[in-house]
Design a binder for this molecule. Sequence first.
Ligand SMILES: Nc1ncnc2c1ncn2[C@@H]1O[C@H](COP(=O)(O)OP(=O)(O)OP(=O)(O)O)[C@@H](O)[C@H]1O
Ligand SMILES: [Mg+2]
Length: 258
Amino acid sequence: MDTLLQAVGVHKRYGAVHALRGVDFAVGPGELVGLVGDNGAGKSTFVKTLSGVVTPTEGTIRWEGDPVTLDGPAAAGELGIETVYQDLGLCENLSVTENIYLGRELTRGRGPLRRLDTRRMTANVADVLSGLSVNVPRPDTRVSALSGGQRQAVAMSRCRLWQRRLVLLDEPTAALGVQESERVVAVIEELRAAGVAIVLISHDIPMVMRLADRVLVLRKGAVAADLPTAELDEHGVVALITGANEAAAARRGGNEDA
Ligand SMILES: Nc1ncnc2c1ncn2[C@@H]1O[C@H](COP(=O)(O)OP(=O)(O)OP(=O)(O)O)[C@@H](O)[C@H]1O
Ligand SMILES: [Mg+2]
């Protein structure tokens, strides 16, 4: 598979905290990688290095093979990278359409006659929402009136409308009920089917096993495993997250950490 984004030897230090310790990673178009690990393992920090929010202390990030400097979310956005956080990025008092077009509004007319092209924006958003089988009432609904799952769907519609190429999801279903989570899952699958590369951070191991092509396990800031989902089961993933397998290997005389 073609590589869209590659991270090589990424380190991040926050003062004395060594949050990322040489992370190597790659993802290709239409590939969904599950990123798992215990609290504090470095998942959010790693995703932030890919979204330009955190600058790696060391290491290289390549986009379609070329080294890139992601010195801010705008730089990542220009490449087609978008991050969706649980509660981030939506303005409560604006409508669905206004949120999706925030900062990239369509206009019509020129000079002093230039004004927002609300009709075209609303039509585009209605189109994307229907294409994503999302149950969002109407494009002019205020976000404050939406459920958690609907908000996620709106945030992801933005990825679809702007033809994002890599979408980073940091625990998109953490605060959602079963039905809402399923809606978000449907949107994730639609993005993937459209060829978008996806990194999905989640503590929901069954969901990761169901959706991901590959699972990247971080433990204490380092890659504990990066394996096709087909080669893993839930117990194995949990063992990799906690390091139980490493303890077993040590008992067998292995010395991986030397
Ligand atoms: N801005 C920061 N300043 C200092 N330390 C930080 C900062 N952000 C994260 N850390 C530390 O870096 C380590 C990794 O944190 P990170 O948030 O990436 O973990 P995580 O895997 O996302 O955990 P969780 O599952 O709880 O979200 C932790 O030890 C954390 O305390
Ligand atoms: Mg986190």
